[in-house]
Design a protein around this ligand. Structure first.
Ligand SMILES: C[S@@+](CC[C@H](N)C(=O)[O-])C[C@H]1O[C@@H](n2cnc3c(N)ncnc32)[C@H](O)[C@@H]1O
Length: 259
């Protein structure tokens, strides 16, 4: 089996695909960022998978692969970053053999949050989420909730037998299955990422229609919440604020020769 993983980044998903398909399977990871491909090669060597995975630098809109090459061409969290995902899906279809499959794993629109102890912040956080996605769409043409639109895009690309599945996930800080240390690290990491990209994040929120006052209020309250979480294990363990998100897996087949 030949699998192509497009927008493979440092190759996490590529290696996962290779492990899922032991035996006579060959996986080709393609990404437009040369530094990611270098890192992917290093990690894949460490994982002992170099014999079954090769990486190439390339653009999904013009893949460095011949027609009808792969049995399965897939991507994970790539199409959400492209202003024109249809071109990419058409190109993924081109390199797939007749009867082969094209698959995408991309975020859907369901994203939720609820803090039972703070209804006002809950409403603000939901508005922030909505504005964030609208802002990215307005400024960069990217759709961070592309999941449920992909069956339509696959159809437009000429794929057949299109099907979709949803995976939903939730996070609750009080969940005893998660180690407190991990929960704390996740919160710290999320906040660090926000601070590093704060200027851009604020720009997205404003472009998505949130007023400057509400943006300021959200950042202030979020900072206070992070500080509280990180200073009290007890608070963290008893926090039942709930986050939820969805991922869509969309699959279609390239028309077989005799169809
Ligand atoms: C969020 S990362 C996902 C990485 C990987 N698929 C995973 O799930 O771990 C998105 C990746 O898409 C790559 N990318 C963005 N635009 C691309 C394009 N036009 N062609 C190929 N790769 C692209 C980026 O370099 C980045 O590595």
């Amino acid at each position: 089996m030949i699998i192509v993983d497009v927008g493979c980044g440092t190759g996490d998903f590529t290696r996962y695909l290779a492990r899922l398909n032991p035996g006579k399977c060959r996986v080709i990871g393609v990404d437009s960022r040369a530094a990611s491909i270098k890192a992917a090669e290093v990690e894949t060597k460490k994982a002992g998978l170099s014999k079954r995975i090769v990486f190439k630098v390339g653009d999904v809109n013009k893949l460095p692969l011949e027609n009808d090459y792969a049995d399965l061409t897939c991507c994970r969290t790539l199409l959400m970053h492209l202003p024109n995902p249809l071109i990419a899906v058409k190109e993924m279809t081109r390199v797939t053999r007749p009867g082969g499959s094209v698959a995408a794993v991309e975020p859907g629109g369901m994203r939720t949050f609820h803090d039972p102890k703070d209804q006002k912040f809950t409403e603000l956080a939901l508005a922030v989420e909505k504005a964030y996605r609208a802002g990215i769409k307005n400024l960069e043409g990217k759709d961070f909730a592309i999941g449920e639109k992909l069956p339509g895009v696959f159809q437009e690309a000429g794929l057949l037998g299109i099907r979709a599945e949803v995976q939903a996930d939730s996070w609750v800080n009080s969940d005893p299955r998660r180690r407190l240390r991990d929960v704390r690290e996740e919160i710290k990491f999320g906040w660090q990422m926000f601070k590093e990209n704060e200027k851009t994040e604020r720009r997205y929120l404003l472009a998505g229609g949130l007023s400057p006052e509400r943006v300021r209020s959200f950042v202030r309250q979020q900072e206070r919440r992070v500080k509280e979480y990180l200073s009290s294990d007890d608070k963290l363990r008893n926090d039942t604020s709930t986050y939820g998100a969805s991922i869509f897996i969309t699959i279609g087949n390239k028309r077989a020769g005799e169809d």
